[in-house]
Write a protein that binds this ligand. Structure first.
Ligand code: HEC
Ligand code: HEC
Ligand code: HEC
Ligand code: HEC
Length: 129
């Protein structure tokens, strides 16, 4: 390989890896819930291994969490809001951080209580570290 070829291939490798780093970040990489709307938090962060959690819990339907409702409050079964944070809706129209917190707790803890599986104590979800 001559010098010019080497420069070109090194540059190409850089570009390829830059694109890879941009595109691979998806729900598989989610390890905790960090809704940007909270800002400074009172509690420790909530561990949530997205794909692993949903596999273990046997949840196939993304809209169990990433839901969309129509104006009458009817859940739209084939629409997903996976491209939006919960806060985009649960803090809209005058709702505050407490409403957002309640939405998370009702969704997460609500299901754990209902299914008698998964953590329900504060420190089991809000882990140190
Ligand atoms: C048990 C609830 C739950 C289920 C079921 C669920 N998700 Fe999520 N998902 C979340 C939460 C909570 C976040 C936000 C994590 C954060 O705050 O960064 C998230 C984040 C995401 C993100 C954004 C990742 C990023 O770039 O930050 C995508 C995409 C996503 N989920 C897709 C899916 C798909 C596809 C399914 C169905 C196969 C699914 N989710 C099922 C709770 C769920
Ligand atoms: C596109 C807007 C939107 C997004 C994004 C969204 N929600 Fe909702 N959610 C709604 C609407 C609308 C309702 C029905 C009216 C209400 O109860 O506020 C609802 C209802 C709920 C309820 C009450 C339903 C019940 O079981 O009684 C919970 C809990 C909830 N959402 C949690 C979440 C969580 C957690 C996320 C993020 C993973 C999320 N929502 C994302 C719009 C949204
Ligand atoms: C529709 C039901 C359902 C919802 C919604 C749900 N979970 Fe779970 N979760 C489960 C079940 C079932 C288990 C027990 C899985 C097992 O170990 O068998 C579980 C287990 C867990 C565990 C234990 C460790 C693990 O990953 O198995 C954590 C932590 C957890 N859930 C956090 C959350 C958080 C945070 C949310 C909300 C963003 C959430 N869960 C929403 C059903 C649910
Ligand atoms: C099933 C899991 C789960 C349990 C149990 C739970 N939480 Fe949470 N909580 C969450 C999730 C998920 C969020 C959103 C976290 C984020 O985006 O940073 C949250 C957010 C919060 C927030 C707002 C963010 C902050 O840190 O200021 C507070 C306060 C909070 N929880 C307190 C509590 C308290 C107190 C308990 C016990 C009574 C509790 N939580 C139990 C999952 C849980």
């Amino acid at each position: 390989m001559n010098k010019k070829m080497l420069v070109i291939s090194v540059a190409a490798a850089f570009i390829v890896s830059a694109f890879a780093a941009m595109s691979v970040y998806s729900q598989e990489d989610v390890e905790s819930v960090r809704d940007s709307a909270f800002g400074v938090r009172m509690r420790d962060k909530v561990a949530f291994m997205h794909d692993e959690h949903n596999e273990k819990a046997g949840i196939d339907d993304c809209t169990e969490c990433h839901h969309v409702y129509d104006e009458e409050g009817v859940k739209l079964e084939d629409e997903s809001s996976e491209d939006r944070e919960c806060s985009e809706c649960h803090m809209a129209g005058g709702k505050d951080k407490m409403d957002l917190m309640r939405a998370y707790h009702l969704n997460c803890k609500g299901c754990h209580e209902e299914q008698k599986a998964g953590p329900v104590m504060c420190a089991e979800c809000h882990e140190k570290g």
